[in-house]
Design a protein around this ligand. Structure first.
Ligand code: S3P
Length: 451
């Protein structure tokens, strides 16, 4: 489990330009879903390009605990022999989802409409995160839960033996909650409906169709979507080609933009419009970022990205863009630190309930590196250093958050003084080869002996 061993300090310092091609790992959201839907299909699903980060490995283990056969047959190549919708068996032990909010919330959906009990736990970060957002709709299916105060893990969910389908309007823009409801709805009779006021990532809807489920998506005139899934389908096993993760590509792209003299090529990145908000934002900031060879692969849009060092300018990022770049604000804040002028990010309150409070962690990290920031409940403002340069020199706490660790590793590459990240261990949850890959581009990243 990431973060459970000794802390692994990482130092990042400026060196030459970054040059070359870097393959980002498989998409984390798509990887979790491919294992879960493979386990709910009858027969053998094959997956290529699976992210072998700890978050996804924990979901693979959970699928085994629920009765599916999950095998790794090569690098990123996996097979899942599914048990069919309604075929999960009660796990013999606690399911440990490690650091993964997506893993635990989707799995809660999967077991909520099976008449047995499952106990979930996770690492110190996950045990602090709110689960009420999924437990509330899952209770409408008839599931009962008992956990720590505030619906925190560890938590036991007694699934509904005779679930009723539900209609649920999301109170927060969350693809995890939407997906938990749709997945629970798979094993309820009739039609389950989710209404979302703002479109969130739609990998569940796309992939469920690929597995043969009946899913309809209606755009609402006032914005957002109504999603309906027909219950108790027989899911067909399929082949899933996982696109490369835009949220991981973000670190490679911003590293290329802020490090002088760089040109970094990041091929075959998932460009699903519900995920691509960062790239549009960087272009608005004046980034020399080309999006080439746009095409469709396995039901998802993909493109090759080329990032060249750029003079960036601060902008205002509108709140309605947040769902399409929710995981990218820490690395956007790093880009903003190098920009000329102020960047104001609005509508970012959901960052407070991620692997850590990402508004606070980003603000503390930037301050430690000599960048002025202002933090409000729902707004993060970064005062770009522009031509004065980013001082760096600080030590940043990664707080069991992979994206905080990688963001400040990128900042150090173009700062005036080296930056230390107190623990790079969490990076393994989503981007296990981040450090060697960055080094292959010329980045000055160095691990120290564990402390
Ligand atoms: C995810 C949804 C997002 C995102 C997370 C992955 C998913 O969380 O932050 O990294 O795969 O559904 P929310 O649904 O809580 O916004």
């Amino acid at each position: 489990m990431a973060g459970s061993g000794p802390a692994q300090p990482l130092t990042s310092k400026a060196g030459g330009p970054l040059r070359g091609e870097a393959h980002a790992p498989g998409d984390k959201s798509v990887s979790h879903r491919s294992l879960i839907f493979g386990a709910m299909a009858v027969g053998k699903t094959t997956i290529e390009g699976l992210l072998e980060g700890q978050d996804v490995l924990d979901t693979a283990e959970a699928m085994r605990a629920l009765g599916a056969q999950v095998e790794r047959i090569g690098d990123g190549s996996w097979t899942v022999n599914g048990v069919g919708v309604g075929g999960f068996a009660e796990p013999e032990d606690v399911i440990d989802c490690g650091n993964s909010g997506t893993g635990v919330r989707l799995l809660m959906g999967a077991v909520a409409t099976h008449g047995f009990s499952t106990t979930f736990t996770g690492d110190a970060s996950l045990r602090k995160r709110p689960m009420g957002r999924v437990l509330t709709p899952l209770a409408e299916f008839g599931a009962v839960s008992i956990g720590r105060t505030g619906g925190r893990l560890p938590l036991t969910l007694q699934g509904a033996a005779n679930p009723a389908p539900i209609e649920y309007e999301l109170p927060v823009a969350s693809a995890q909650v939407k997906s938990a409801v749709l997945i629970a709805g798979l094993n309820a009779p009739g039609e389950t409906t989710v209404i979302e006021a703002e479109a969130t990532r739609d990998h569940t809807e796309r992939m469920l169709r690929g597995f043969g489920a009946q899913v309809s998506v209606e755009d609402r005139a006032e914005g957002g979507r109504i999603i309906r899934v027909a219950g108790q389908p027989e899911l067909r096993p399929t082949h899933v080609a996982v696109p490369r993760d835009p949220s991981s590509a973000a670190f490679l792209v911003v590293a290329g933009l802020v490090t002088p003299g760089s040109e970094v090529r990041v091929p075959s990145i998932g460009m699903n419009p519900t995920r691509a908000g960062l790239f549009a934002t960087l272009q608005e900031m004046g980034a020399d970022l080309s999006i080439e060879n746009a095409r469709e692969e396995a039901g998802e849009p993909v493109a090759d990205l080329v990032a060249r060092s750029s003079t960036l300018k601060g902008i205002e990022v509108p709140p309605e863009r947040a769902p399409s770049m929710i995981d990218e604000y820490p690395i956007l804040s790093v880009a903003a630190a190098f920009a000329e002028g102020v960047t104001i990010m609005r509508g970012v309150h959901e960052l407070r309930v991620k692997e850590t409070d990402r508004i606070a962690a980003t603000a503390r990290g930037l301050e430690a590196c000599g960048v002025a920031v202002e933090e409000e409940l729902d707004v993060l403002t970064v005062h770009g250093r522009g031509a004065d340069g980013v001082p760096g020199g600080g030590t940043v706490a990664s707080e069991l958050d992979h994206r905080i660790a990688m963001s400040f590793a990128v900042l150090g590459l173009a700062a005036q003084q080296p930056v230390t990240i107190d623990d790079a261990g969490p990076i393994a949850t989503s981007f296990p080869n981040f450090i060697p890959l960055m080094r292959s581009l010329g980045a000055g990243l160095g691990l120290s002996a564990p402390s």
